[in-house]
Write a protein that binds this ligand. Sequence first.
Ligand SMILES: Cc1cc2nc3c(=O)[nH]c(=O)nc-3n(C[C@H](O)[C@H](O)[C@H](O)COP(=O)(O)O)c2cc1C
Length: 341
Amino acid sequence: MNSDITIAGGVMDRRFSIAPMMDWTDRHCRFFHRLLTRCTLLYTEMITTGAVIHGDRARLLASDPAEQPVALQLGGCDPRTLAECAAIAEGFGFGEINLNVGCPSDRVQEGRFGACLMAEPALVGDCVAAMKAKVRIPVTVKCRIGIDDQDPEVALEALTAAVEGASVDALIVHARKAWLEGLSPRENREVPPLDYGRVYRLKAAHPRLPIVLNGGIATVEQAAEHLRHLDGVMMGRAAYQEPWRLLAVDPQLLGVPAPFPDLNAAAMALIPYIERELARGVRLHAITRHVLGLFRGVPGARAFRRHLATEAVKPGADAATFRAALALLDGARASMQTAAA
Ligand SMILES: Cc1cc2nc3c(=O)[nH]c(=O)nc-3n(C[C@H](O)[C@H](O)[C@H](O)COP(=O)(O)O)c2cc1C
């Protein structure tokens, strides 16, 4: 399998990644996830080329060096603008540029990018080629197996051939179609059926292209099973809603020790970050909203969640609020939720 990609300054390990998720995988979320897994490849939320060019770039592209490796996901369809944005992102220290060819939202469709690009493989190839010409870091694409009445055997093959011809560094496939009319983005993550077999066949047909599977992967054990057939797996909702799972990724999937021996230690390591960010004007809830699912199954987890949900939003909430939430847990049991669990 071709999971290791050499990048400027190091090697990109894409065996396990956490999906780009709007409103979820912001910089605070990524910093927190990094405390649970050192080697996972993290993704930003999708950022449109228009926002990178015209928006508050310093804020939109901000990240902490400790988060790396992080891939920036771009939404757009103009090769020149995408190339310009890719170069800007490389300058901000991102380790990979990823093009969104999977988002079905109305807003994205109006911009003619996201999932509707599944119908324009040649244009996607041009976008990849233009970005590759501008940056030294890997350029990847995240797509669906098709849209609407497309035949996935044909549509996914056409897209793959186009991006492989443009020397894409990896293709991430969300293993279901997007239905562009009549379904909300949320329904488009649940209603169209998953077809892992289609992605396995794609890998067999393109053995040299790193291919990463996304969609419906709920546990580290399932990820390990897919890794026997593919170069990488990308986990979305399960990673965000049940972040405790991430502590097992490094030791169980990637063969390296976890960053912390247990969930408690990882949570404590967030405190200096909270103090630093609050001193810069960030509100506690902006950070702790990502942590709510960390202790699922530990006695006191509900009280921990409730305390953060009600207290962290109040003016003046600070690291002491977070410590108080941690104190509601059964400390001994929380410490038993180890990386090996
Ligand atoms: C809240 C939310 C926001 C999302 N935003 C994006 C996005 O910005 N870009 C993208 O490519 N996919 C986005 N997705 C889709 C995920 O990246 C992923 O493809 C999808 O959730 C399927 O993976 P899963 O079953 O592991 O969650 C989003 C998903 C969720 C739940």
